[in-house]
Design a protein around this ligand. Sequence first.
Ligand code: GLU
Length: 445
Amino acid sequence: MKGVRWDPVFDELGFPRDPDNLYLQTVATMLESAETVDLKHRVKIILAQPKNEIMVHFPVRMDDGHHKLFKGYRVQHNNALGPYKGGLRFHPDVHLDDVKSLALMMTIKCSLVRLPLGGAKGGVKCDPRALSEGELQRVTRRFTAAILNDIGPDYDIPAPDVGTNAQVMAWIADTYQMSTNNRTSTDAMRVVTGKPVEIGGSLGRNKATGQGVVDVLIEMLPALDLPMTDLTASVQGWGNVGSWAGRILEKKGAKITAVMDHSAILRNEHGFDCDALTAYCVEHGGIAGFEKQSGGSNKGIGGEAITLDEFYQQPVDVFIPAALEQMVKAREAEMLQCKVIIEGANGPVTPDGDEVLERRGIPVIPDILANAGGVTVSHFEWVQNKTNHSWTEEFVDAELNRYMVMAARRTLLARQKYGVPLRKAAYCSALEHLGDVYKVRGIFP
Ligand code: GLU
């Protein structure tokens, strides 16, 4: 079934047989690795479904005076390792099965990095680009009110994801603190991470996911027999993860020669000026039009518009999908002309895409390792808040690097131990840890 291995657990739990379903794909990946590490059946079935799936509907007054009903989700996948943890996505395509997949990935990610955190994900079905700032704030606060009893500083801790940012986290923290018995205590602000630094956010959190992508890449390149010098890369998605990964890589001497986002697909053989591209993107809401910026493509500014197929066919050392899930299917995987893929987004390569890439000998550094920098610095933020202390940016960066390097090495060790590709290896390492934790904790009653 298109790269998805059917597991008996699917029949036992009554899963739908849709090979394009992201949840089925993610659970299939997990179960395959569970088989490899000989995970107990009871742990497999626990991990194959989230503990809680919370769905809410709530009305919000729009600027023109009418009320609109919004749908929100919070899926709490697992808390065996610690409080539920994971981002909130504001996007028109948010739906239950995607949120469930992303929540499962968070459990696996936190386990791989050995953070004392569980896995969760949530979101609101809306287009944040089409909302005014006031509407966005009312959606955020009303959603927070709807899930108020389901989140908490030691129970379930949301963070930014696609379509949300530090400001959204500040509104959640403020609403939560004002609405709970903790309202006189700033400790309640621990309910979210990725907050603005002014209210307890961590230095280095904003760039953390992109920084982690680069840290992992640098650690993995020698193991994949690839040099770090004169590196070229293409980036899909110029949001928080893509733009930071691009900017940090450029500072390390790499050339970012192709970039796409929701508004345009651009190429610059000489390498984009990533700071200029990011500043332009913030001002114009997308990268479209940057190609016409003065200087022309031969000065590292501007570039040229290309087609989607040309983007995938761009010869580069590294391809960084940092947009949404399921972007690289078999067709795109056939087109790629890169030496390695590192997943900045969650779930960008589908199982049939993975199959093609394996056949073509292109290694994929998987999401649960590559983009774990965000939740790692979220954990640092939570620890800083708990101890009423703030770390320097240098210390955050060094600690992040230490965690990323350890997680990368764990993945390489599992690859060697089980003789499997990197994605499976990362899942194997994470599942070994979860299996150990379930073994010592047991299942109550
Ligand atoms: N949304 C990010 C992720 O997918 C960060 C989650 C967090 O910091 O809790 O990993």
